[in-house]
Design a protein around this ligand. Structure first.
Ligand code: NAP
Ligand code: MG
Length: 408
């Protein structure tokens, strides 16, 4: 008997990628998605070869498509450096596709761990995911720096475009020289960041925490706090109250202290540098990069789902040599379920959301039942049932569990 396929009504924009993740991507479409879903896919090949061939036009086209259709799912891609330029004989070191897409959609990246009951976070009280929302524009990442080698005055000067008198602030009067840094952010980028954070928290029905150091940075950090507060008052207060959600601002050091005593289950919004540092801390405390997914949310409501990890290059070279690999496809699977669930919500197709739920449960249950890739075997609670499987067999194990769930 042929099962009827579940129909995904509107377009999912698919961005294919590189190396081991491209290999897994193909397998999981073949084994987990195509047997059960009728999808309307707009496909963009973001492999490094094709980005080079199209002078990176394909990356821009894919970003445009996500803007048009609202939902994208992306495989990991190589960001070329000098080694890659030689390896792939590239015309040039093309920019990071993620950077290009993020800039185009003006989005914020949210990273969340995938939790299973036999892998415990290093922080024993963490029961639910702590999602990190990192502001990915400005501050020290687009800072200007200067090494002053002699005595002299450093000043902050703002020259208004309308020709009115410049504004000057003394930074420091150096008696012997020193170091100076100028950083900035824009009203628009901070407003987009705030909007994306509230959207994500509300969408996922979790509280939102935001923290800065506004007691010390009374203009810069205070501005972030004011923008968040204004966005909350204007657009979210009633919705949050109705959904039983909380918006909580606290100082960054207080937040850091509270996080390690919390049980998780909220979004922690952070400025660029704080997010860079603390997202790696939260990721590593949760175990494996392969169990971390990521979604880009734009202020106008576009969503791009992906794995937080890269193309797993080392495993790919082994795969090319014909050796067995044990690469973890969880975050790639969850990228697809994220996109499908969002599509279901926008299209009002509960059967698609139900499929996404079942696929996630099937994947988690495979691991909880002891079937796991090598990276997880080291982290999981010891059990005689634990068994390391190869890349393909893990996907096969998920496929079998999924089929059983769908047949019920
Ligand atoms: P990576 O691909 O994330 O892999 C780093 C290491 O983490 C792997 O060697 C592996 O450790 C482990 N790992 C990551 N994902 C895994 C998985 N799914 N299953 C099992 N183990 C996993 O980072 P990278 O090697 O530094 O970068 C490779 C390429 O990815 C680079 O060209 C970079 O530009 C690109 N990249 C892309 C994205 C993106 O598209 N979002 C993000 C980051 C990096 P072991 O070798 O110890 O098993
Ligand atoms: Mg970092």
């Amino acid at each position: 008997m042929v099962n009827s396929l579940i129909k995904v009504r509107n377009v999912i924009v698919e961005l294919d990628g590189d190396e081991m993740t491209r290999v897994m991507w193909e397998m999981l479409k073949e084994k987990l998605l195509f047997p059960h879903l009728e999808m309307n896919i707009e496909y963009y090949d973001l492999s490094l070869e094709n980005r080079d061939k199209t002078d990176d036009a394909v990356t821009y086209q894919s970003a445009l498509a996500i803007k048009k259709h609202g939902v994208g799912v992306k495989c990991a891609t190589i960001t070329p450096n000098e080694d890659r330029v030689k390896e792939y004989n590239l015309k040039k070191a093309w920019k990071s596709p993620n950077g290009t897409i993020r800039a185009f959609l003006d989005g914020t990246v949210f990273r969340a761990p995938i939790m299973v009951n036999n892998i415990r976070p290093m922080v024993s009280c963490w029961k639910k995911p702590i999602v990190i929302g990192r502001h990915a524009y400005g501050d020290v990442y687009s800072g200007v720096e200067f090494l002053a080698k002699q005595a002299g005055k450093a000043e902050l000067v703002f020259t208004p475009a309308d020709g009115s008198a410049p504004h000057r602030e003394l930074i420091h009067d150096f008696s012997k020289g020193g170091i100076i840094q100028g950083i900035h952010n824009t009203q628009q980028s901070i407003a987009s960041f705030a909007k994306a954070c509230f959207t994500y928290a509300y969408d996922n029905r979790i509280d939102l925490w935001f923290s800065t150091k506004d007691t010390i940075s009374k203009v810069y950090d205070a501005y972030f706090r004011e923008v968040f507060a204004a966005e909350y008052e204007k657009n979210w207060k009633d919705k949050f109250a109705a959904a039983g959600l909380e918006y909580f601002f606290t100082l960054i050091d207080d937040a850091a202290a509270r996080i390690v005593r919390s049980e998780g289950g909220f979004l922690w919004a952070l400025k660029n540098y704080d997010g860079d540092v603390l997202s790696d801390l939260v990721a590593s405390a949760n175990g494996s990069l392969a169990m971390m997914n990521s979604v880009l949310v734009s202020p106008d409501g576009c969503f791009e789902y992906e794995a937080a990890h890269g193309t797993v290059q080392k495993h790919y070279y082994r795969h090319l040599k014909g050796e067995e690999t044990s690469s973890n496809s969880m975050a790639l699977i969850f990228a697809w379920t994220g996109a499908l669930r969002k599509r279901a919500e926008l299209d009002n197709t509960p059967a698609v959301a139900d499929f996404a739920d079942k696929l996630e449960v099937a994947a988690k249950e495979a691991i909880e039942g002891g079937t796991m890739t090598g990276d997880l075997l080291l982290l999981a609670d010891p059990s005689p049932r634990n068994c390391k499987v190869n890349t393909q067999d893990f996907i096969e194990a998920v496929a079998q569990r999924l089929a059983t769930k769908l047949a019920r």
